[in-house]
Design a protein around this ligand. Structure first.
Ligand SMILES: Cc1cc2nc3c(=O)[nH]c(=O)nc-3n(C[C@H](O)[C@H](O)[C@H](O)COP(=O)(O)OP(=O)(O)OC[C@H]3O[C@@H](n4cnc5c(N)ncnc54)[C@H](O)[C@@H]3O)c2cc1C
Length: 120
């Protein structure tokens, strides 16, 4: 049996868990071309990784750099060690921001809040 995939409608955000995108969106009637394949959830991706040296829960982690790689590392650690203490060090004075939105932010087309990838 083919694996079910999560497809998201770019128009209204509806998510369809099917082998292929639906012909038309059942919510907004957008055509199948409006559907985009969603990335696999982090928990599922991490389940495929073989942990060779498991850290005891409560381990202290230090990540240098508060951008995409640092945030991704922190999310992965949090999934694998719920009790770990994660410290992220950054040389930047601003909180985390999503770099691809920088030109729009500087040009005044994006607000400061929307330039943050996640609020956590
Ligand atoms: C304007 C712009 C538009 C972009 N658009 C896209 C796009 O559309 N699609 C795409 O895929 N990518 C895009 N990128 C690239 C994307 O932003 C980078 O690939 C991504 O940010 C890399 O993430 P990173 O965590 O590896 O490195 P970085 O984002 O460079 O983060 C490294 C972090 O480490 C910190 N750091 C470094 N050294 C130290 C130190 N010694 N002590 C403490 N902190 C330190 C830095 O201050 C920084 O915060 C864009 C980048 C820019 C600037």
């Amino acid at each position: 049996m083919a694996e079910r995939v999560r497809w998201q409608c770019n128009v209204c955000g509806f998510i369809s868990e099917t082998e292929a995108p639906p012909e038309r969106c059942p919510v907004c009637d957008a055509p199948w071309t409006a559907f985009q394949k969603m990335p696999e959830p982090l928990v599922k991706r991490l389940a495929r990784i073989e942990i060779t040296e498991k850290r005891p829960t409560g381990t202290k982690y230090v990540i240098i750099g508060n951008s995409s790689a640092g945030r991704a590392a922190a999310s992965a650690i949090r999934q694998l060690d719920k009790g770990g203490l994660i410290t992220i060090l950054s040389e930047e004075s601003s909180p985390f921001y999503y770099r691809p939105i920088l030109p729009d932010y500087i040009g005044g087309m994006e607000g400061r809040r929307s330039s943050a990838q996640r609020g956590d």
